[in-house]
Design a protein around this ligand. Structure first.
Ligand code: ACM
Ligand code: ZN
Length: 780
């Protein structure tokens, strides 16, 4: 460009005529030459299309581009494109009925499946073919992703609106590609719901599950029972709010959204709800984006916000928390059934979806065991237990929903007391595959929302992108018929620890992309590396959309650090991502991009707290921190063991505490070469003590790790180094100690759980890889 400009200047001076001729040629050739071509690496389509071919050149969208719309079912798709250009490009794409050059032509053809489409982009024309409205809509979302990220801008921006020449044919694997939001634990407002629906549409997700009621707040106006929202939508901040506030001190992503507080009955309360008019607005907004909204009214458990205000609903007018769950509605009283049906009448009236979700999860059925009304109902209807009572209730509600033209949907607990074939379940309890199998054997349709992969309230570190992507939702042992009954998949965003919309984005992105692709692409064509390279290119788009996505965590601070003189601290990112930098502090403050930038391992020489955080521009992740503690060497023992290995003593009987296990030096222990449960897995009523010496190969800080169920302690000399006591399932704990070169007395005490499965000990020099404790480094 600059060369051309200087050339022009030269010519202008030399020969005006020649300049004009050249300029004319330049303009003419710009008109006739093809638009620029794209490389495959430039393109990121998510979810991945079924078939994709890239050609030469591209189509340029200008204010002259027309949308050829000849059918009512093209409108949503065309409007979606028009809206994007109106905002980002500042021009509107005119809709016309007749075919013309340089246009985007929508054509209805027969024989394609729901969601399926064909898209042909040529430099002079784009054609979109489908048989269903959602096919056209999906095609436009593909066009949207082929356009530069700036197309997502809410304001007019400068960009080259080029769409690469491609031929795409595409169809979804599942018809249910869902996302869930929990409005009860923390509330999200209209504009946030709309933004979330926009994200879903972009990634071709089509089902939005609104968890509208729960113990912590009722979020939908019900005209017949006004107290549900007048009072039930507002709470005095609860213990989850308190924990969020504590976390918010160092992490603004945990700040409770201030705008959800209001003065109610003279008190500052948290809450919010949707009026029925607002719900209609959400449904319409979703519908414009080919998204179906599914309401959930959770019953008969998770019903505290209703029972608080209509106490006659529970067994003994009890409201509040029993040990784990809240008191449920009483299923022995007719009033409960009427109450539920009156609510569901209003819900069915407003939501056009085929399904209404009635929850059914985590019911405290103990309340029914003690309730004369419930027990009477069990007898009267010839039921065998409380599970069957819930099942009786579900069937009654199901019949009612059917009478309103709706289908019943519930969490997988509803299979427990038996289920009609027509009910649909959401399998969520990853640890209860039997519930899914039972539903499959019964012929029920299912949606996979398992804790094993699709619980997005779990932290990214524990439930990472790769695991979600590689999760296959249809169990291998399902018959073809049972596989067909898997309607699709859904990820859930329970909001106990999601107190604002930015945190919701952080929990959802980029993991939502894995669910979008799992719901769409066939299992055979999946590849995480390929997927991940497309995800990386989406971040620019998400930046324009102002989404606070998750970025890789800082690794290296998960354990405390012990120093004698000094230590080098290496940090790294859990995985590489362009533009991500680590910043840290040593003065206890929260790291910002103005703090020390991590370049290479740094030296710590004193007791300090290291705090580190990754940033990508203004996007940041959860802070990581650890304590550095100055310590001194323990002198080595004068004793030198004669025999390799450790002595193992068995102490019979039950011990309340690990601490109370004493090595009995009078007993003849058995020599062992490793610390484990060999020979004891089937035993009951025993405890183990391992005793001997540990060899420090040089003066250094050593780390010990124990893993056990039940509890254990590891001591060097009389110092407790690893405290893995208490009463727990399989669990790891670490401890550090500075040891002088030589032999050090070691004592490991283990008190098993009722079902002992594991006991192991590892060691390493600080910062090195942990190795199993064995006779190479132990003796007695
Ligand atoms: C659930 O997570 N309780 C469905
Ligand atoms: Zn009862």
């Amino acid at each position: 460009m600059s060369l051309m400009r200087s050339n022009m200047k030269f010519l202008q001076m030399k020969n005006q005529k020649l300049f004009l001729a050249l300029a004319l040629i330049t303009v003419l050739s710009a008109c006739t030459s093809p638009n620029p071509s794209f490389k495959k690496e430039d393109i990121s389509l998510l979810p991945k299309p079924t078939s994709f071919d890239l050609g030469e050149g591209s189509f340029r969208v200008t204010s002259d581009t027309k949308l050829v719309v000849s059918d009512e079912m093209h409108k949503k798709a065309a409007n979606s494109l028009t809206n994007l250009f109106s905002k980002a490009a500042g021009f509107s794409l005119e809709h016309t009925a007749e075919s013309i050059e340089q246009s985007i032509v929508f054509t209805t053809i027969s024989g394609m499946k729901k969601g399926e489409y064909m898209l042909d982009v040529h430099p002079n024309e784009i054609t979109v073919e489908a048989s269903h409205e959602n096919g056209f809509f999906n095609a436009v979302q593909t066009l949207r992703q082929l356009l530069p990220a700036e197309i997502e801008s809410a304001e007019k921006v400068k960009a080259e609106w080029l769409i690469p020449t491609v031929a795409i044919s595409d169809e979804p694997r599942f018809q249910w590609r869902g996302m869930h939001m929990d409005f009860s634990r923390h509330f999200f407002k209209m504009d946030e719901v709309k933004s979330f629906l926009d994200y879903m549409a972009l990634y071709k997700m089509n089902t939005y599950h609104m968890h509208l009621t729960d113990d912590q707040g009722w979020r939908m106006e019900i005209k017949k029972y006004p107290l549900l929202t007048e009072k039930g939508a507002w709470r005095i901040p609860n213990n989850q709010d308190t924990i969020c506030n504590t976390r918010a001190v160092e992490n603004e992503l945990y700040k409770i959204d201030e705008s959800n507080f209001k003065e109610v009955d003279g008190e500052r309360k948290y809450g919010g709800f949707f009026t029925q008019e607002e719900i209609k607005e959400i449904i319409a907004y979703a519908d414009e984006r080919s998204i179906t909204v599914i309401p959930e009214i959770d019953m008969p458990g998770h019903f505290k916000s209703a029972i608080d205000n209509y106490p006659y609903l529970s067994c003994n007018e009890d409201s509040g928390w029993d040990t784990v769950f809240t008191y449920p509605a009483c299923l022995g009283k007719e009033t409960t059934y009427n109450f539920m049906k009156n609510i569901l009448s209003e819900v069915a009236e407003i939501f056009p979806s085929d399904y209404i979700h009635i929850g059914g999860d985590e019911v405290n059925i103990k309340s029914w065991e003690k309730c004369p009304h419930c027990q009477k109902a069990i007898k009267k209807h010839g039921l065998s237990d409380e599970h069957e009572l819930q099942s009786y209730f579900n069937r009654d509600i199901e019949q009612f929903l059917n009478s309103k033209g709706k289908k019943l949907l519930g969490w997988d607990e509803i299979v427990e007391g038996g289920l009609t074939k027509e009910a649909t379940i959401m399998w969520w309890r990853g640890w209860r595959p039997d519930a899914l199998e039972k539903a499959a054997e019964n012929g029920n349709e299912t949606i996979i929302t398992t804790t094993d992969a699709y619980y997005f309230d779990y932290l990214n570190e524990g439930n990472p992108l790769e695991r979600i992507y590689n999760y296959e939702p249809v169990p291998e042992n399902f018959t073809e018929e049972q596989s067909k009954n898997v309607l699709g998949i859904q990820a859930n965003l329970w909001s106990e620890w999601i107190p604002n919309f930015k945190r919701l984005q952080y929990q959802a992105f980029p993991r939502i992309l894995a669910v979008a692709e799992n719901g769409w692409a066939s299992a055979e064509t999946k590849s995480f590396d390929d997927f991940n390279s497309r995800v990386e290119k989406q971040y620019k788009r998400l930046d324009v959309l102002d989404v606070h996505y998750y970025i890789p965590a800082v690794k290296g601070l998960d354990k405390e650090i012990a120093i004698v003189d000094s230590a080098l601290v290496p940090l790294k990112l859990a995985y590489p991502l362009e533009g991500v930098e680590i910043f840290y502090t040593l003065d206890g403050t929260v790291p910002t991009p103005e703090s020390i930038k991590y370049e290479k391992p740094f030296l710590v020489e004193d007791t300090v707290t290291i705090k580190a955080r990754a940033y990508r521009g203004k996007i940041f992740n959860d802070l990581k921190s650890t304590k550095v503690t100055r310590t001194t060497y323990r002198e080595a023992s004068n004793e030198v063991p004669k025999t390799k290995g450790l002595k193992r003593f068995v102490i019979k009987g039950k011990h309340k505490e690990v601490k109370s296990l004493k090595p009995d030096t009078n007993l003849k222990g058995e020599k062992v070469d490793s610390v484990d449960l060999a020979g004891f897995k089937e035993e009951k009523s025993f405890n183990l003590v391992f005793q001997g010496y540990f060899h420090a190969e040089e003066d250094a800080v050593y780390e010990f790790e124990t893993r056990s169920d039940g509890g254990d302690h590891l001591l060097i000399g009389d110092e407790l180094i690893v405290d893995n006591g208490g009463w727990h399932g399989p669990r790891k704990r670490h401890g550090k100690v500075a040891l002088k070169k030589g032999w050090h007395p070691i004592l490991i005490k283990y008190r098993p759980s009722d079902d002992p499965r594991v006991m192991s000990v590892k060691y390493a020099r600080q910062g090195e890889e942990l190795l199993p404790m064995n006779s190479r480094v132990s003796g007695f």
